[in-house]
Design a protein around this ligand. Structure first.
Ligand SMILES: Cc1cc2nc3c(=O)[nH]c(=O)nc-3n(C[C@H](O)[C@H](O)[C@H](O)COP(=O)(O)OP(=O)(O)OC[C@H]3O[C@@H](n4cnc5c(N)ncnc54)[C@H](O)[C@@H]3O)c2cc1C
Length: 97
């Protein structure tokens, strides 16, 4: 969890610096949002399993965070559309329909 959190923070920092230099490309934004929303959700899920059955109870706030992150996964741009943007940047072929 710490590894992915650290990598996500470094990625966000790098993209922020590119933006400050006005060198940030849309597909790089997609890469950062896709990775960081996905990994944050994965971390929340792992926290929930560490708590066992307690992880699904309202006594612990882990799934409240996970539910919030499900919203983030959509409103920061859906995974499907970010993947299409990245795919186009990698291959030169737009697969949008
Ligand atoms: C809590 C929350 C807050 C929000 N806040 C804002 C806000 O402040 N401002 C704002 O403008 N919007 C906001 N939104 C809207 C959000 O940006 C949209 O919900 C999001 O962009 C997805 O659009 P949609 O719901 O119309 O899904 P749709 O476009 O109907 O897509 C449905 C599904 O199909 C997939 N899909 C769509 N097109 C394609 C395609 N061409 N190829 C393959 N798959 C595709 C999507 O990835 C998704 O999984 C918010 C959403 C939520 C949940």
């Amino acid at each position: 969890m710490s590894l992915e959190l650290g990598k996500g923070m470094l990625l966000a920092l790098h993209l922020g610096r590119l933006k400050d230099e006005q060198r940030l490309r849309p597909e790089q934004v997609s890469l950062g949002k896709l990775n960081n929303a996905r990994e944050a959700l994965s971390i929340a899920r792992e926290c929930r399993t560490l708590l066992g059955a307690n992880g699904i109870s309202l006594e612990y706030p882990v799934l409240r965070h996970a539910n919030n992150l499900e919203s983030v996964l959509t409103y920061e741009g859906t995974s499907e559309v970010h993947q299409l943007v990245i795919g186009q940047a990698l291959t030169g072929h737009p697969a949008f329909r």
